[in-house]
Design a protein around this ligand. Structure first.
Ligand code: ZN
Length: 392
């Protein structure tokens, strides 16, 4: 099927001006000033005059099966749905387990990724949970990354958190080295997605890795780096030294009051402090629990992270901070694509996957979403395709 999106302002993420973009099947086939083809039985033409055409968003840390459970079984959060992802303009997602690696298994996580793929989303996962030694699918980190298609790295491994498995530095180094080699041998990223907690060790293990091992900074993606002021300040230094950092966009007012730095503010501060924008990604922590603890560590409440917060943070940058669109979208497009070696993602150019989002130029809200060339949302309405086709 051929689709022509006409006259949109195209951001590749760089602004390349008003163009016609032709999708052939699941791929971007042509980008021209004007493509002279009429709508027909074989060609769908979408008039996008004045709208912004962005690369589909990459959510690089989502609890696809739900997360939580920190307040007992009743606090386990629900699985993500296709509509959750589409509403947030997310066309590529990386799933992870979380605190609970007992009732949530790698088998289920990989199955969920395959399910989303059947529904046209590009879905990947990290192997393991908070805990080291890692609960893998095949019994080996390297084997998981090399042999299981959706597995692209390890995580989220919890450090500096009262919910971590209190891993030793050697355990962490070994897992990181295994992830790297598994990645090298399979052409995948082999990234270690690290959950940073509120603990006093902060990023000590990561500094150690950069100073004392041969593992490069691009092997680590520490997330929740904006969860409190002192961790954020350390993350800024880590990024200035060449590290990569990820800011969580899901939040609740209480977290902000208690010192969490809003992802949009964090990105802006980083730029002001001279951090290269290439070092920063955003993730939603979608479906993760946002547990609130009192100062004695007692759970006092729980919210569920939303994958829609990913683009909301970018929209804040554009609307509230007046940031240029091409700069604002990097943390959810080009940057995670590069770090996670998702080579056909995160940009709009010929040969890349036809993952696209159309944005209203006035309120900057998501209007249309295309995943692998398939139209998933039209004029702000999610399209229902009847997922259960073929079941007798
Ligand atoms: Zn986490």
């Amino acid at each position: 099927m051929i689709k022509i999106i006409r006259n949109a302002e195209v951001y590749s993420p760089k602004h390349i001006g008003k163009r016609d973009v032709m999708c052939v099947g699941g791929t971007i086939g042509f980008i021209e000033d004007k493509i002279d083809l009429e709508a027909s039985e074989y060609i769908e033409v979408i008039d996008a005059e004045g709208k912004l055409l962005l690369p589909g968003f990459i959510a690089c840390h989502v609890h696809l099966l739900g997360g939580g459970g920190e307040g007992g079984f009743k606090t386990r959060t629900p699985e993500i749905t296709l509509s959750d992802l589409i509403s947030g303009g997310v066309t590529s997602v990386v799933g992870c387990l979380g605190t609970d690696g007992v009732t949530r298994s790698m088998e289920s996580l990989v199955a969920k990724a395959y399910g989303l793929r059947e529904e046209s989303i590009s879905a990947f996962v990290y192997t393991g949970s908070y805990r080291l030694p890692l609960a893998t699918l095949t019994g080996s980190v390297q084997k998981d990354i090399m042999m299981i298609d959706p597995i692209i790295g390890v995580g989220e491994v919890a450090l500096s958190d009262h919910r971590s498995s209190a891993p030793t530095i050697d355990e962490f180094a070994r897992v990181s080295a295994d992830a790297r080699v598994g990645g090298i041998l399979s052409g995948k990223a082999g990234v270690v997605n690290v959950h940073l907690g509120d603990g006093k060790e902060k990023m000590d293990y990561l500094h150690y890795m950069l100073r004392n091992t041969e593992i490069p900074a691009s092997q680590f993606l520490p997330t929740h780096a904006n969860r409190n002021r002192s961790l954020f300040n350390e993350a800024v230094k880590y990024a200035q030294d060449g590290g990569f950092i990820d800011f969580t966009t899901s939040t609740v007012p209480q977290f902000i009051e208690e010192g969490e730095v809003r992802a949009s503010d964090a990105y802006k501060i980083c730029i002001e402090k001279g951090v290269a924008t290439t070092q920063i990604t955003f993730s939603s922590d979608g479906q993760g629990s946002l547990p609130r603890f009192d100062d004695k560590g007692k759970l006092t409440g729980l919210d569920v992270g939303k994958v829609t917060s990913l683009y909301e943070a970018v929209r804040e940058l554009i609307v509230n901070h007046g940031m240029a669109v091409d700069e604002a979208i990097k943390p959810i497009t080009e940057n995670p694509a590069r770090l996670l070696k998702l080579n056909h993602k995160g940009g709009i150019s010929v040969g890349m996957d036809a993952d696209l989002v159309l944005i209203d130029p006035v309120d900057f809200k998501i209007q249309d979403v295309f995943a692998g060339g398939k139209r998933m949302m039209a004029d702000s309405k999610i399209i229902e395709y009847g997922t259960f086709e073929g079941i007798e």
